[in-house]
Design a protein around this ligand. Structure first.
Ligand code: KIV
Length: 291
């Protein structure tokens, strides 16, 4: 099978650069300043979601420099159909666990639906909880021009913000799950949204499900890093939901997901092997027993 290899795929860990986000030498907790410097160096970086301490510790040991405690926890961890029901209490608890499980990665806590839409004051109250109770290094919220005032107040208060434009899953009831930014008018709106979040002080912006050419243009125009998911190979960073990337999520995956492992089969086989041992009397054996 012939595979097209993008520039992003050919770039590997830069062990010659001790400051590299992935493959670098620093073992201290990374900050948004490190993320900004990576864009100046033209360095690409990976981000994964995480929802618990143990999984996060694996990704931290693997060198993943940024982890997002996304409200995708709704679908991937808490058993909801969408991200809409997820609460600030839930994401604060999961974020605190991810912070406890890691020592190097910058942890970004998502602000869930209903925790910042009322306005800047509500956003600040919610983000303060994430920073003080969970210990995250930054928060993420959805929306471009419409979230300008929220982002500005958070940044003025000293809370780094990752913005999220394009497909914004918290708006599923008005937007659906459709590619965003197709056509001249929609593309212009996406560019306005990108500039608005940068102008408000966001340190990075997620571009979800937008045409690759448009994501490349946004990445050229902005001085803050773009983090793509379904946005082609030319964004500064790439994010995937960890359960999709490692093959734990069941069912059909969106086209933009690359599956790096098949954890669902690994776990299912292990569970069946345990059950068969118990039923067949081959576990526990003498070596597993105490006397
Ligand atoms: O909640 C999430 O996991 C996200 C990523 C898909 C960017 O917002």
């Amino acid at each position: 099978m012939t595979q097209q290899v993008s520039a992003a795929q050919t770039q590997s860990a830069d062990s010659s650069n001790p400051k590299a986000l992935y493959g670098g030498k620093s073992s201290r907790r990374l900050t948004v300043r490190d993320i900004g410097l990576a864009k100046e160096r033209g360095e690409k970086w990976p981000m994964l979601t995480a929802y618990d301490a143990m999984t996060a510790s694996v990704f931290d040991e693997a060198g993943i420099p940024v982890m997002l405690v996304g409200d995708s926890a709704g679908n991937c961890h808490l058993g909801y159909e969408t991200t809409v029901p997820v609460t600030l209490d839930q994401l604060t608890m999961l974020s605190a666990a991810v912070v406890r499980g890691t020592s190097r990665a910058l942890i970004v806590g998502d602000l869930p639906f209903g925790s910042y839409q009322e306005g800047p004051t509500q956003a600040l109250r919610s983000a303060m909880r994430m920073v003080k109770e969970a210990g995250v290094g930054a928060v993420k919220l959805e929306g471009g021009e419409r979230s300008h005032a929220q982002i500005k107040l958070l940044v003025e208060a000293g809370i780094p913000v990752m913005a999220h434009i394009g497909l914004t899953p918290q708006s599923v009831n008005t937007q659906g799950y459709r590619v965003q930014g197709r056509g001249e008018e929609a593309a212009q709106q996406l560019l306005r949204d990108a500039k608005a979040v940068q102008d408000a002080g966001a340190f990075a912006v997620v571009l979800e499900l937008v045409p690759a050419e448009l994501a490349a243009e946004v990445t050229r125009v902005l001085h803050i890093p773009t983090v793509g998911i379904g946005a082609g190979p030319d964004t500064d960073a790439q994010v995937l939901v960890w359960t999709d990337a490692l093959g734990l999520t069941g069912g059909k995956m969106p086209r933009f997901v690359k599956q790096y492992a098949d954890l669902r089969s690994v776990m299912s086989d292990a569970a069946k092997a345990f059950a068969e041992d118990v039923v067949g009397g081959t576990f526990p054996l003498e070596e597993h027993s105490v006397h």
